[in-house]
Design a protein around this ligand. Sequence first.
Ligand SMILES: [Zn+2]
Ligand SMILES: [Zn+2]
Ligand SMILES: [Zn+2]
Ligand SMILES: [Zn+2]
Ligand SMILES: [Zn+2]
Ligand SMILES: [Zn+2]
Length: 653
Amino acid sequence: MKSSGNSTTFTVHDRLAAAIAPNTNLTVSTNPSTTPNATCSITLSTSTCQQMMTTNTNLMPAGSLSSATAASCNIAASTSTNQHQDLVNLFECPVCFDYALPPILQCQSGHIVCSQCRQKLSSCPTCRGPLGNIRNLGMEKVADTILFPCKYQTNGCLLSLMHKHKLEHEDGCDFRPYMCPCPGASCKWQGSLENVMQHLWLAHKSITTLQGEDIVFLATDITLPGAVDWVMMQSCFGHHFMLVLEKQEQQFFAIVQLIGTRQQAEKFVYRLELSGNKRRLTWESTPKSIHEGIQQAILLSDCLVFDGATALLFSENGNLAINIIMKKTFYRCSCFLKSNIYLEQVNAHVHYISDEQFREDYRQLASSKNTMEDLLGLVHKEIDRRRTLDADAQKRKEQIRREYQPLHPELYTLQSRFLSENFKEICSQLKSSNDSIKKLGNGLYSMPVFTKEFCRQLIEELRHFEASSMPKGRPNTMNNYGVLLDELGFTNFIDDLRNQYLNPLVRTLFGDEYMGDTGLDSHKAFVVSYKIGQDVDLGYHYDNAEVTLNVSLGEDFEGGDLYFGTMAKANRTAFSNFIFVEHIPTFGILHRGQHLHGSEPITSGERYSLIIWLRSSSKRNQLCPMCWRKSDCLIAVDSDSYGDGMTNSSEGN
Ligand SMILES: [Zn+2]
Ligand SMILES: [Zn+2]
Ligand SMILES: [Zn+2]
Ligand SMILES: [Zn+2]
Ligand SMILES: [Zn+2]
Ligand SMILES: [Zn+2]
């Protein structure tokens, strides 16, 4: 999607859309219920004593555990819990079997009952005597000093807490049953996360589900008066998301929640967008987990909020289209700030931990021309550049999106006609042997990719951009000339090429070993140019990619063959068996990222190469290809960026 000014060309050819009728049966409740549902009762008996985890000290002085962070829980195992359990049992409410916590009320004979049950009772459930408002201060004082097991102990929660932290914990306790995620209070279903989808399918059959990461949700009849809500499901990345649009007194609230845990929700970012009539309104955030629900977020306006008048500006015949784009949150490996720092002056990749380590490890690189101090200065400069790289890139991208006037706006959306007929045939047949695919060596293929016309227009567009006053990032430290396609606005184009064509093709040619469970789910795409008088060649290196597609766009040039050596893990200095590959315009070379390679100098003319580093998050979550380790520390990047293609793979429940 390209925008010029604030007008938007909305392409819907690759989106799914559904019309959703408002659901007027559900009453919208704006009061978030903070009281844990009391219908799930916990019966404590002596048989559960042994499972109970508590502190070694049965009686804790009040205050020793008062800090909400450190002290709200205690899972230390105990060998002598019986005495403590007996004490805790004294607080059991005879009606609901939950604990009676301060303020603790008793009857005239001293029988206690919890405050929730008290409200529903007129006489003592134990002795039938009258229930006044007599507090039991002695019990309350004891309650202040002991730890109570979480209400969801029988569901598996092992925490015991001071009573004042108990409600707060239980509200967010991972073992709390899930409530029906539908808005409104009419459905009382609750159960485990695994059963939520089944419940929705059985009890809320009318909810439409759309597949895909980029969909359009059409809310019909938005002018209906009163409290109304619209609900739809989106299914992508192996998860189900629920989109809710609520209307309350001329205010609209749109929000997305994940049918999953809070931890799982952290792995995604959604964007809601209203657009049309030269206007655009967007909202971007992390989805809520249905465990947390959306009522609190709506109350705090932590969602897309707009009023009835704004809704009308974007609506057509009383129907409002909301575009929902779901993305994974991507990260960089922390080695980005330490490893693979290229020093052009000495043509070497270095690793930096400290000045001391650097002096020690790279003594041999220093010379009278490049002193150790010079080299250290360059390394520091490069690390500083990398520290702000994502934020700087985001700024450039936004400026380009706002101000750049493309020469060929139609190029920014992938069209089948841009692709060579042979390439389309290769991708539809998906056989490793096809007359149009040339196998040049192990894991090394050449094939036609784009049409000549597309390559010509793309070069024109790139020159137009180079000549503009727009800010320009450079692909990497090895290329001084080139354009980052994701900054220029080609992310959707490359996403489509990757998803529709390259994923199936790479799976066929290279196998699952290079794809992982997620497939190639992100990329970095750029065009490098080689020209006499500027960069003419590229040193021997490997790419930060599972698989790379390198397409020669042209123009007229001589020389500049690519050469391939061994895999990066093997002996880097083995100079035997180089494979030289002529880089023919419109043709692409598909190779493994770790296949060491370089580019010979061009001897005349100018050459443009489109390079797409294809990445699989499941592969690189296991092993970062730049530091050869499982990344222990991830750096979050802006939601618009793919970072190094890692995702947060920690599996929580
Ligand atoms: Zn009770
Ligand atoms: Zn009584
Ligand atoms: Zn708990
Ligand atoms: Zn329900
Ligand atoms: Zn490369
Ligand atoms: Zn790394």
